[in-house]
Design a protein around this ligand. Structure first.
Ligand SMILES: N[C@@H](CCC[C@H](N)C(=O)O)C(=O)O
Length: 295
């Protein structure tokens, strides 16, 4: 039985469902900022048995209509109000912003090509490739900005009695990246992995487990703060790529050359490119799969 109170409080609200490499989202169009989405509403929408089911919610609101985004209205007409499946707010969602851009085109708010999206992590520029002749939607690329490495050093991640050192990477939101021998060693990931030292992540953390697949090619699993294990995480894939790039001694700032890594996730494949100025671009599929109205 669901512990959530249901979506009756937002009955009649239009929604869509979309995903990027199976990181899935309920999209709630709210152009004029009239919907007050509580944490309980979000959790009920994301409930995979009693709700629509998703890893998170994307509320689509004009930047000018959202106090948190009004300062970005001159640069980006639309604000992505992202929430995790448990109703918590996160600073950034990389797959979310790609799906958000796909929605803007789907709804006729933007044409394919380039557009800007306001997020809590700042304005992100997105490119939407043209659809293939057979109708396959073109990939969506987002400029994710630069990674930061906030420390602390010496952090470890532990699952089922195995521990690994982790690198802290901030992609707007916090990630701990651990290279492991086998993705199965991450276990069932029903709960958040243990981290040490205690208090290293007062705001929580997304944890990525990574293995090598080939040259500049890795695979990962992720436990997301506020959503549990998901089939993809865009900010996580970027964090993994920059961790792998540094581990492999291929830092573009040092070599002056852009570096591209392929990151396989359980739900598909993302391509991450880091440029000499530190900017990171992420490319992959993003699609809308359903739309309806909440009963
Ligand atoms: N799936 C997202 C990340 C969503 C936010 C994350 N759970 C957090 O709390 O930081 C992505 O694609 O980046």
């Amino acid at each position: 039985m669901s512990e959530h109170s249901g979506t009756s409080g937002i009955s009649g609200t239009a929604f869509l469902k979309g995903h990027g490499t199976q990181n899935d989202f309920v999209i709630v169009p709210d152009p004029d900022g009239r919907i007050d989405l509580s944490a309980a509403d979000v959790a009920a929408l994301c409930d995979r048995r009693a709700g629509i089911g998703a890893d998170g919610v994307l509320r689509v609101v004009r930047s000018a209509a959202e106090p948190a985004a009004a300062g970005m209205a001159g640069q980006a007409e639309w604000f992505m109000d992202y929430r995790n499946a448990d109703g918590s707010i996160a600073e950034m969602c990389g797959n979310g912003v790609r799906v958000f851009a796909r929605y803007l085109v789907h709804a006729g708010h933007a044409g394919s090509g380039e557009l800007a999206v306001a997020t809590r992590g700042g304005v992100k520029r997105v490119r939407i490739a043209a659809d293939a002749p057979d109708g396959t939607p073109g990939d969506v690329t987002v400029d994710m900005g630069r990674a930061a490495f906030p420390g602390p050093d010496g952090v470890t991640v532990t699952v089922d009695g195995r521990s690994w050192p982790a690198l802290n990477v901030n992609m707007g939101n916090p990630h701990a990246v651990a290279f492991v021998e086998d993705l199965a060693h991450a276990g069932h990931l029903y709960e958040a992995p243990a981290t040490a030292p205690a208090g290293a992540y007062p705001q929580g953390v997304n944890v990525e487990f990574v293995v090598d697949r080939g040259e500049r090619h890795v695979a990962m699993r992720v436990h997301e703060r506020g959503s549990g294990e998901t089939r993809s995480c865009g900010t996580g894939a970027c964090a993994v790529a920059v961790a792998a790039i540094r581990r492999d001694g291929a830092d573009p700032a040092a070599t002056g050359e852009a570096v591209r890594y392929t990151v396989d996730v359980p739900g598909g494949r993302l391509v991450i490119e880091e440029f000499p100025d530190g900017r990171i671009e992420m490319t992959g599929p993003a699609v809308i799969v359903a739309e309806g109205v909440l009963a």
